[in-house]
Design a protein around this ligand. Sequence first.
Ligand code: ZN
Length: 180
Amino acid sequence: MISPEKVQEYKNNVLEAFAEAGLIFTKEEINNPGKFQLIEYYDRFEEVGIAMLTVTNEPRYCGRFLYFFPGQSCIEHWHPQVDGKPGKEETFRVLKGTIYAYEEGPETLRIKAAIPKGLERFYIVKNETVLNAGDQIVLGKEAKHWFQAGLEGAVCVEFSTQAIDDRDRGNDPDCRIAIY
Ligand code: ZN
């Protein structure tokens, strides 16, 4: 559980990082809880979480900006089919900082990310791609993937098919998720 004061502080940090990357948003977007969200996993936001600002999410496309705090990871997840439609496919591009991205495929020896302590069994796929500003990767297609930011944090943009976040799946059925 993050206190309301701390939520505001994190959101301010995110908006500062976006502004440093040249990204400006309207008050309506910033104050819309359906658009600007902090997602926290396991009550460990600074380690396992993500900040998202969704600028459009339509039946056939979605655009959002993401911020990862230094060393922060999302959980390993995948996007299953929903109502017979193929799972979300996402092109993920780094605007500032470094992202370590992991997907299914040959395991990278000595990955650069540090898997959050105690959650090692839920981070399975270890085919690593290192993304710096200007680099992008296509993920999804119902395959598992996860990310971790480098130590300076990372601003990213995601172009994807429609996001239906509450239908995403992770490896840990008991993972606690909170949205602020
Ligand atoms: Zn995903």
